[in-house]
Design a protein around this ligand. Structure first.
Ligand code: PRP
Ligand code: URA
Length: 222
């Protein structure tokens, strides 16, 4: 799609909200201010795995045969998809393990960004991506999509390495409308997966109602 061409769906086709009851139940516990770091980490991992199921739904299968204890039968196997998981440091690290449980052969790249506390703009401090990332489907993972600055920058890095935006999927736990808009404005064909779209950003660019500072809650910092 041409970046200047308006999307007639308003982006609705490119955002998937995971409405599964188990996801929504776990998200409620995650939001609770009294949920401690250990439980918070477990929930982020589980929710990331649920999201990865949705984000790999388009993968193709090819026929094969398998011998069960009873007989040989026809079956299916994945058709040669190579995946890279790219967490945005720090908080994105919390989602990696759950995704690798589903896709153990995936390679992992890392992009280090933090938000300047005054301007809320992303500052880069690290980037290490698999050499063959341009031949992979890329899952960028970060629990929070707030202003969208961090996610849009991460997508810039990956596109600069030759990955087409159709092969990039952004997996977040919570998204603000402002962040969704910013990502789609910069990268119109990227797909976003989230457990919920929250109401708005506050004056510090925190998601409301949100879950607070995801990195601090995962790693027990403040
Ligand atoms: C958080 C979060 C995202 C970013 C979202 O990271 O994990 O990366 O903010 O905000 P944005 O959409 O407005 O860019 P933070 O900068 O707090 O760093 P951390 O993960 O190291 O805590
Ligand atoms: N980063 C977070 O960790 N939480 C927010 O609400 C916004 C950005």
């Amino acid at each position: 799609m041409d970046r200047n061409e308006p999307d007639p769906s308003g982006g609705l086709e490119r955002i998937t909200v995971i409405e599964h009851p188990m996801v929504q139940h776990k998200l409620t516990i995650l939001r609770n201010k009294d949920t401690g770091s250990k439980k918070f980490r477990e929930l982020i991992k589980e929710l990331a795995m649920f999201e990865a199921y949705e984000a790999t739904r388009h993968f193709q299968l090819e026929p094969t045969t398998v011998t069960t204890p009873l007989c040989e039968t026809s079956a299916y196997t994945l058709k040669g998809r190579k995946v890279a998981v790219v967490p945005i440091l720090r908080a994105g690290l919390g989602m990696v393990e759950g995704i690798l449980e589903l896709i153990p052969a995936a390679r992992v790249g890392h992009i280090g960004l933090y938000r300047d506390p005054e301007t809320h703009l992303p500052i880069e401090y690290y980037c290490k991506l698999p050499d063959d990332i341009d031949s992979r489907e890329v899952l960028i993972v970060d629990p929070m999509l707030a202003t969208g600055g961090s996610a849009a920058s991460a997508i810039d890095f990956i596109r600069a390495r030759g990955v087409s935006s159709e092969k990039i999927r952004l997996l977040v736990i919570l998204a603000a409308p402002e962040g969704i808009q910013a990502v789609f404005d910069a990268h119109p064909t990227v797909r976003i997966y989230t457990c919920a779209i929250d109401d708005h950003l506050d004056e510090h660019a925190y998601i409301v109602p949100g879950l607070g500072d995801a990195g601090d809650r995962i790693f027990g910092t403040r």
